[in-house]
Design a protein around this ligand. Structure first.
Ligand code: SF4
Length: 371
């Protein structure tokens, strides 16, 4: 009676000196009789066709070999966050309206950290303004405020020059701005955790001009100690009145761990400081989703702009999980090596459009199939 075929599942990714490639023999990998067996190879290094010995065995009918298709697994949460999607949709709507004569559309700074979207919008007549060099006359123009927001002074200046404001400030960033303004008006001294030169921080600072920006625990401790000394010096001798109120808010994309550390540093000197959680879960959701994806794949491709801090952070997370990882801005940039892994994870920064993610996935599939 003929024996049923024995399938040897071989999902392992070969390393440089694996015996098949190095010695041209199957024996260390397949010690048993090979008749009636089939070898199912992962697509690593070209699958079956990447190994002349296997190809020869297969062609001779001695030993059927198959290559399994590469699996591409997307992170559960990836790509556009709510605020960025909202801003991009608004920009496209305004671009469509500006097709009418006389209409001009601007954004204050680049709308998002994605070169393809910026280029597409530019082709549709949407130009990025530099806040430091505004045109003198903006009458008849629509100016879109991006998701990071801007200072109230800059907004007022745009209106003064005749612009019609289209506000795409993310509602979460707007909430931080309003909170900062309310605290400032109530005489509270505000700490702002974030990157000093980030557009969102510059915008919020405009609502609380005397706020103290801190980027690390050390900096927070130093600034809190200085403020505590300032309060002590300002209090009349023997006055036991409570010092002015202090509060801490964060850039929406700040790391929760670093925020906790900063809060701890401030509390050492100003223990009554109110800690307000303004961190948006969008960044954390993408990071956690990628971490769990890493346990199920052999390599990771991150799609997004190189200028995007949250995209670069995703790359760092994939690498810290021990996975070969690449950051690509578009389908043309997908490296050939990425397509050689049995299971590839796909994630994308919060400013990456769905179409770019789709095109990168399609490019990976084409490379894996040898096309
Ligand atoms: S990351 Fe959060 S706060 Fe920032 S734009 Fe996106 S949704 Fe808004």
């Amino acid at each position: 009676m003929e024996m049923p075929p024995v399938f040897i599942i071989f999902y392992k990714r070969f390393r440089k000196n694996d015996s098949i490639a190095a010695k041209g023999t199957l024996s260390p990998l397949l010690p048993a009789k090979q008749a009636n067996s089939a070898l199912i190879m992962s697509p690593a290094r070209g699958g079956v066709s990447g190994y002349p010995v296997l190809s020869a065995y297969s062609a001779a009918g001695r030993f059927p070999c198959y290559t399994v298709p590469m699996r591409i697994i997307r992170a559960g949460v990836l790509g556009y966050c709510m605020g960025v999607r909202r801003a991009v949709e608004l920009a496209y709507r305004e671009a469509a309206k500006s097709a009418s004569p006389g209409g001009r559309v601007y954004t204050v700074g680049p709308l998002i950290h994605n070169p393809q979207v910026l280029e597409d919008l530019r082709r549709r007549g949407v130009e990025a303004l530099d806040g430091a060099g505004l045109p003198g006359d903006l009458s008849g123009s629509a100016v879109i405020i991006r998701a990071h927001g801007i200072t109230p002074e800059l907004e007022a200046e745009l209106v003064r020059r005749g612009a019609a404001i289209r506000d795409a400030t993310c509602p979460k960033v707007k909430a931080s701005q309003m909170k900062a303004r309310a605290l400032y008006r109530a005489g509270c001294r505000l700490f702002l955790a974030g990157e000093r030169r980030h557009g969102e921080i510059i915008g919020i600072q405009g609502y609380a001009p005397d706020c103290v920006i801190v980027a690390s625990r050390d900096e927070a401790e130093k600034e809190a100690a200085a403020l505590a000394r300032e309060f002590a010096a300002a209090a009349p001798q023997g006055n036991s009145a409570a010092p002015p109120k202090t509060a801490l808010i964060a850039q929406t994309t700040f790391s929760p761990e670093e925020y906790r550390a900063i809060a701890g540093g401030i509390a050492r000197h100003l223990p009554e400081t109110e800690i307000i959680n303004t961190i948006c879960p969008a960044t954390k959701d993408r990071q956690e989703s990628l971490r769990s994806l890493c346990s199920a794949v052999d390599a990771v491709v991150i799609v997004g702009g190189r200028d995007s801090a949250n995209t670069r952070r995703l790359l760092a997370i994939a690498e810290s999980c021990g996975k070969p990882a690449w950051l690509v801005e578009n389908a043309a940039a997908v490296p050939r090596e990425a397509a050689a892994f049995p299971a590839v994870g796909l994630s994308a920064g919060a400013s990456t459009p769905g179409e770019v993610i789709d095109s990168v996935e399609a490019a990976l599939r084409r490379l894996a199939s040898g096309a």
